[in-house]
Design a protein around this ligand. Structure first.
Ligand code: PMP
Length: 436
């Protein structure tokens, strides 16, 4: 046996990992989810609600499970359970003002995450450039790289708010000339995420038009991550870039039942777009995941049928959820503002970014540290105060992490009690900080 294990060892000494994995092994969530689980008493880190999905959705799941139809326990159509793709086609057809073919224009995925993965695998070739707007949902960068592409980053740049006003996510804007300078014949796609995680920015029609015109001019695809489409506040409107001139044919819209119905663990997502793009997503899907869980799809289909009936009415979950979340946003904004952790008021999503500059005295900077300041701050905060949040630098590429290293992101899709507990921690901290 000694001889055998020796020979095995020799064989194993060549690299096992494929080149496409080089440099993408670190993942912020693995690290911060573990820290939160170990130390936090109040977790406003990872983005998920700590409240239940609506009863009508849970009941739909239970009904699907207990119905006579035993086929709901078996495989369904690979590219989406027929009842779900049908209602998604109807629903998004109505929103976009055009007829959608459920079999050609919609594909169901394992969460929005897999829809993103399918897009990058389907469209990005070795050496293709993909424009990513910073700060960005972190997985875009490794997914582009894994497909052999080159991410090209363009930042949203903050401008000072009016005197005496809190900063808003709307104060973070693209510089039109800078954005235009990133487009070239090498550009294959741009990733748009509106409403944006982590800032909560909801792109205006003018901003979307700027992006759309560049996409059309340079024949570039748009991967439009709209998972927070229903979470928009203060009467703002979520505008779908696919509805702008020349964009339907070059856009894949990505959505998530997790965010839509507060059921992130169900991992039901979708891609909506023209068949000329979706056909290639189907190729990736059929060669990787193939099927998504049937029962969850059945329940989500029922949820959408209800929402189509109640569309625009006060009882609609898509009306009630943002209303409830706007209040939670306002609570957290107040809590943070009261202690001097300046919030950037988000126009959408369930995230809020806050400025930690006034708390620097508690967590001194280490000059020349490789780790961005906000990351060390967030770790210190969860370990010493029991409050979990995510450093903003996690949403920037390596070269830009240190440009935006004094902010942290909180998730406010939480029960009132959780937000109160966060407020208590912040108040106590503030008292300790200011008393000698
Ligand atoms: N896109 C964005 C912007 C997100 O914030 C998330 C989840 N945090 C996803 C996609 C992934 O969604 P899902 O859970 O449906 O895979």
């Amino acid at each position: 046996t000694h001889f055998l294990s020796l020979s095995l060892q020799v064989k194993m000494s060549r690299p096992v990992q494929a080149r496409r994995l080089e440099g993408i092994d670190k993942n912020i969530w693995v690290e911060f989810v573990k820290l939160a689980a170990t130390y936090s008493t109040v977790n406003l880190g990872q983005g998920f609600p700590d409240f239940s999905p609506p009863d009508f959705l849970k009941e739909a799941f239970v009904r699907a499970l207990s119905r006579e139809n035993h086929m709901l326990h078996q495989y369904t159509r690979a590219f989406g359970h027929p009842p779900l793709v049908k209602i998604l086609a109807q629903f998004f057809g109505k929103l976009l003002g055009q007829d959608l073919d459920p079999m050609a224009n919609v594909m169901v995925t394992v969460g929005a995450y897999q829809a993103l993965f399918c897009c990058f695998q389907a469209f990005v070739d070795e050496g293709d450039e993909v424009i990513i707007i910073e700060p960005f949902f972190d997985c875009y960068e490794p997914m582009v790289k894994m497909a052999g592409g080159m991410p090209v980053f363009v930042p949203l740049r903050p401008k000072a708010p009016e005197d005496g006003k809190l900063m808003s996510s709307a104060d973070w804007q693209l510089d039109p000339a800078e954005l235009a300078s990133k487009f070239s014949e090498r550009t294959k796609a741009i990733v748009l995420n509106s409403p944006n995680n982590p800032l909560g920015k909801v792109f205006s029609r003018g901003e979307l038009k700027l992006i759309a015109d560049l996409c059309v001019k340079h024949d570039v695809l748009c991967i439009s991550d709209e998972v927070y489409e229903w979470l928009v506040y203060d009467g703002k409107e979520h505008i779908r870039i696919a509805s702008l001139q020349g964009m339907w044919d070059r856009t894949v819209i990505i959505g998530s039942a997790g965010k839509t119905f507060s059921a992130t663990g169900w991992k039901v997502g979708w891609a909506v777009g023209p068949n000329r793009l979706l056909q290639h997503l189907r190729t990736v899907h059929q060669n990787s995941v193939y099927h998504c869980a049937t029962v969850a799809q059945e329940a989500v289909a029922q949820g959408f049928r209800r929402e189509l009936e109640l569309y625009g009415k006060p009882d609609s979950y898509f009306i009630q959820l943002p209303k409830a979340l706007q209040q939670k946003r306002d609570w957290l904004v107040q809590s943070l503002d009261a202690v001097g952790m300046k919030p950037i008021v988000p126009e959408g999503t369930y995230f809020l970014v806050a400025d930690i500059s006034e708390f620097k005295s508690d967590v001194p900077d280490v000059p020349d540290s490789d780790e961005p300041y906000d990351s060390r701050f967030a770790k210190w905060m969860v370990k010493n105060k029991g409050l979990a949040a995510i450093p903003l630098s996690a949403f920037y590429c390596a070269a830009h992490k240190n440009n935006y290293n004094h902010f942290i992101r909180f998730c406010f899709a939480k029960e009132e009690a959780t937000l109160k507990a966060a407020n208590d921690i912040l108040q106590k901290w503030k008292r300790e900080k200011t008393s000698p």
